[in-house]
Design a protein around this ligand. Sequence first.
Ligand SMILES: Nc1ncnc2c1ncn2[C@@H]1O[C@H](COP(=O)(O)OP(=O)(O)OP(=O)(O)O)[C@@H](O)[C@H]1O
Length: 260
Amino acid sequence: MTNQIEAEAPTATRGAPAPLIAAHDVRKSYQVGRDSVEILHGVSLGVHEQEMVAVMGPSGSGKSTLLYCLAGLEAPTSGGIILAGKPLDALSRADLARMRRSQVGFVFQSYNLIPTLTATENVALPYLLDKAKPPQDLIASTLATVGLAERADARPPSMSGGEQQRVALARVLAQQPQVIFADEPTGALDTRTGELVLAELVRIAHTPGRCVLVVTHDPKVAASCDRILFMRDGLLVRELHDASVDTVAATLAGLGSREV
Ligand SMILES: Nc1ncnc2c1ncn2[C@@H]1O[C@H](COP(=O)(O)OP(=O)(O)OP(=O)(O)O)[C@@H](O)[C@H]1O
């Protein structure tokens, strides 16, 4: 199965290590009234360790749907997904939930922080949910990395949106997941916080055994990635490597005008 995905994914190289995220001909339909509407029309891709990959495309092209399927938050209608070496369709719900907690991190715009817990306690929460002892040194150093050493004892209601987003990022980083999925991770942030979050994601992505997949509308975020996959109408239609902000913006504009 892995070999088939490796062979058919657009970026796969024979003999290379298996990708941490692999999708083969993924299709996803939603029931809208009596009709089944196909949103993803057969997407294949591979993201390898130490890679940061962006998915871009016009609004409604299926980026978030793809990310949710790859992350095991939505089941594809057909096709195969292998995440951190495990075929998602072979996992029980409990195994899938366990894997999402231990090997996968999500950086979304909603922070999902517990308002009554301090920043430190919020970052420790995944460990407590897993009945594990929170690594206090790692949690403190992760909060420091995102610039919140002074706010470790603050609670979310007394924090700005940017600070809350950084607590949410610290919670993901402190879990040390193999794979991080980020959906518009800097969309709601001021420039400085956005740059800090982006720099942290780039650093993590380039750590051995890790990778990051980010959905973004922001050419600056995409230009910080190693590869950019462009979607249109539920298909991957273009790929760029190490692209500049201008090239990304021009390619995106071309997608919108359907002239790619
Ligand atoms: N649960 C659902 N039921 C029905 N249709 C859905 C559902 N989720 C998404 N869609 C539809 O799927 C299409 C793709 O949505 P998706 O959110 O994946 O696009 P996107 O590229 O992430 O868009 P944006 O950039 O605006 O966030 C849209 O037409 C959307 O309305």
